[in-house]
Design a protein around this ligand. Structure first.
Ligand SMILES: Cc1cc2nc3c(=O)[nH]c(=O)nc-3n(C[C@H](O)[C@H](O)[C@H](O)COP(=O)(O)OP(=O)(O)OC[C@H]3O[C@@H](n4cnc5c(N)ncnc54)[C@H](O)[C@@H]3O)c2cc1C
Length: 161
């Protein structure tokens, strides 16, 4: 799997602007520039970026965030409770999957959100309707098509960009 963004547009932001994907690929003797960026290369870069610049990572699910008068309280999946005066929430979109209400009652074997899929090979030979005209719809539609599913893409507009 490859990123759609080209190498120059796939660097993570650091205050000095030095820890770019190009620099990482140079140091790791990985190809850069002429080919699409593979998911494997980007993941290695992201982990290296984190280890160099943000080493104080604790991998744990935050299950509760509550604001008290002058501080925040957080509960972690481990049961631990943490207090903080400031919290930055950067949880991405993975908990914000939207299913139109008209479809919400369909059983899970007939309806799923694109964020639930990493391997689309199980749809080979099946009819699949993909709803949406953005990034998260177009990519699965193309991959399903490549994987020999029979795909229809439904969008509201008369054309896609
Ligand atoms: C199919 C697809 C293809 C894409 N391709 C590209 C591309 O080619 N190039 C590009 O630049 N961008 C691409 N993007 C966009 C890019 O992935 C996002 O813009 C980017 O990942 C957003 O980063 P983020 O840190 O905001 O969120 P995320 O990357 O979603 O990170 C959020 C993190 O928060 C963690 N988290 C969530 N809830 C909790 C919790 N309660 N407690 C603890 N941790 C939690 C999650 O586990 C996750 O690690 C693509 C997106 C999609 C969906």
């Amino acid at each position: 799997m490859f990123l759609k963004s080209e190498g120059f547009a796939s660097s993570l932001s650091d205050p000095t602007g030095r820890y770019t994907l190009q620099q990482f690929c140079g140091e790791a003797a990985l190809p850069y520039g002429s080919a699409p960026v593979s998911l494997e290369t980007f993941t290695q870069y992201a982990l290296s970026f984190q280890q160099h610049l943000v080493p104080m990572v604790e991998e744990v699910l935050v299950t509760m965030l509550d604001r008290q008068s002058n501080r925040f309280e957080l509960r972690l999946a481990t049961g631990e409770e943490v207090r903080a005066t400031r919290v930055v929430v950067a949880t991405g979109l993975s908990h914000a999957a939207y299913i139109p209400s008209a479809l919400a009652e369909l059983p899970a074997e007939l309806l799923s959100h694109s964020s639930n899929h990493h391997d689309l090979s199980k749809f080979k030979g099946r009819f699949v309707v993909v709803i949406g005209g953005g990034q998260s719809a177009l990519e699965p539609a193309a991959l399903l098509n490549e994987g020999q599913a029979r795909v229809s893409l439904l969008i509201r507009r008369s054309s896609i960009e």
